[in-house]
Design a protein around this ligand. Structure first.
Ligand code: JBU
Length: 325
C-alpha cells in the first residue's frame, strides 16, 4: 500500500479503539477494525503486567499491531510504512505516552497542536504521529480538538460554537480562526451512571428510537423539565414516573436523556453563539438536534451537523500534513 496516498487513522478513546485504513484522496475507508480495548482497559492491563516503564510504548503499540494485522489480511497487501495517526486519550496519563496539552487559543487548521512522532522500528514498521489535547485555564479535551480541525471552520469575527456530544460533551467557541474557550459537560458519563448504577437503573430500559412518537414525547418533556427545575430533583422524577406508571421504562430512558441534554444546552440560551456546528455520532446528533429544537435554539442560530468519522479523518489528515517531514 502506498504510504503517500494512504494513512492509518487510530481513534483511541477511553473505552474504545478504532483503526481505519484511509485513502487520503476523498478519505475513503478501505478497511477498519474496532474493539473495546480503550485506554482505560489497556492501562489496567499495563498496570497488571508490571513491566518496566520503557516498555509502555511497545505494550500499547502491540494492540495497534494486532488490529493492523487484521486490516492487512483484509486488503491482502502489506501496509508497511503507512503512517499511523493517533488521537484521543492515547496521549493522556492512561495512554501510550503522555504529551502536554496545547494551551488555548488553538488554530482551527490544526497547525499548532502538540504532537510527537515515533519512527518506525523493526517490531512496528510504521511511523506514528501521536496528537495531544488542548487545555484552557480550567478545562481539557483530547480527541475532540482533531474533530474540530476536521470541521473546517471559517475565519470569521463572529463566535461559532463547536458542540461535540459524548461521554464528556465539549462546547468550544471559535473566533477569528482560533478555538478560544472550552467547556466540558459530563452529560454522557452521568447518563451512563444514572441509567446503569443508580436507583434509576430499575426505572429505565434501553431500546427504541427517538423517532417513535412516544419516546420523542418523553424526550421533549425531559428537555422542557430541565429548564424548569434543578437536575438533582428532576432526576428523581425518573423513579416516580415509573412508580406511578406514568411512563414506560423505555420512555423514561428518553426522559432521562432529555433531562441531561436539556441541562447541558441550557447554558447556550444565556449566550447564544452566531452559529453552531454539531459534530459527533449520528444517534447523539439526532438527540441534540431535537433538544436544540425544543429550546428554540434551532430557530435562533444556524445549525450544521457533521458526522464523527468524517471530521476525525479530515482532522487527522490535516494534522498529518502539518507534520509531514
Ligand atoms: O485529557 C484528559 O485527561 C481528559 O479527560 C479529556 C476527556 O474529557 C476527553 O476529551 C473526552 O473523553
Amino acid at each position: 500500500m502506498n504510504p503517500i496516498t494512504t494513512f492509518l487513522s487510530c481513534d483511541w478513546g477511553t473505552s474504545s479503539f478504532r483503526l481505519r485504513l484511509v485513502k487520503r484522496e476523498g478519505l475513503a475507508v478501505l478497511a477498519e477494525a474496532s474493539s473495546k480495548e480503550g485506554n482505560a482497559a489497556t492501562a489496567a492491563l499495563w498496570n497488571e503486567a508490571k513491566q518496566p516503564p520503557e516498555q509502555r510504548l511497545d505494550f500499547y503499540l502491540a494492540i495497534v499491531q494486532k488490529h493492523l494485522q487484521k486490516l492487512q489480511e483484509e486488503v491482502k497487501t502489506s501496509l508497511e510504512g503507512v503512517p499511523v495517526v493517533i488521537s484521543g486519550m492515547a496521549s493522556s496519563t492512561i495512554g501510550m505516552a503522555e504529551l502536554p496539552y496545547k494551551p488555548l487559543p488553538m488554530a482551527v487548521d490544526g497547525s499548532d497542536l502538540q504532537t510527537k512522532t515515533f519512527e518506525a522500528t523493526v517490531d512496528f514498521k510504521h511511523p506514528v504521529l501521536l496528537i495531544s489535547g488542548v487545555k484552557s485555564n480550567d478545562d481539557v479535551m483530547r480527541g475532540e480538538e482533531v474533530q474540530l480541525v476536521g470541521c473546517h471552520f471559517e475565519n470569521t469575527a463572529e463566535q461559532q460554537l463547536f458542540l461535540h456530544p459524548g461521554t464528556h460533551a465539549k462546547h468550544v467557541l471559535v473566533q477569528h480562526g482560533q478555538a478560544v474557550s472550552l467547556k466540558t459537560y459530563m452529560t454522557g458519563e452521568l447518563f451512563s451512571l444514572f441509567s446503569k448504577k443508580s436507583i434509576l437503573a430499575a426505572s429505565v430500559e434501553e431500546g427504541g428510537q427517538l423517532q417513535d412518537a412516544s419516546n420523542r414525547h418523553w424526550f421533549e418533556k425531559g428537555v422542557r423539565a430541565s429548564q424548569e427545575a434543578n437536575l438533582l430533583h428532576n432526576a428523581f422524577l425518573v423513579r416516580t414516573n415509573d412508580l406511578f406508571r406514568r411512563a414506560s421504562k423505555q420512555e423514561n430512558y428518553f426522559y432521562l436523556s432529555g433531562l441531561l441534554i436539556g441541562s447541558e444546552c441550557q447554558d447556550l440560551l444565556k449566550a447564544l453563539p452566531a452559529s453552531i456546528v454539531l459534530a459527533g455520532e449520528d444517534v447523539l446528533i439526532n438527540h441534540y438536534h431535537a433538544a436544540l429544537g425544543v429550546l428554540g435554539i434551532v430557530g435562533l442560530c444556524p445549525l450544521q451537523t457533521k458526522n464523527a468519522v468524517e471530521v476525525t479523518l479530515n482532522g487527522q489528515l490535516a494534522v498529518l500534513k502539518h507534520n509531514a517531514a
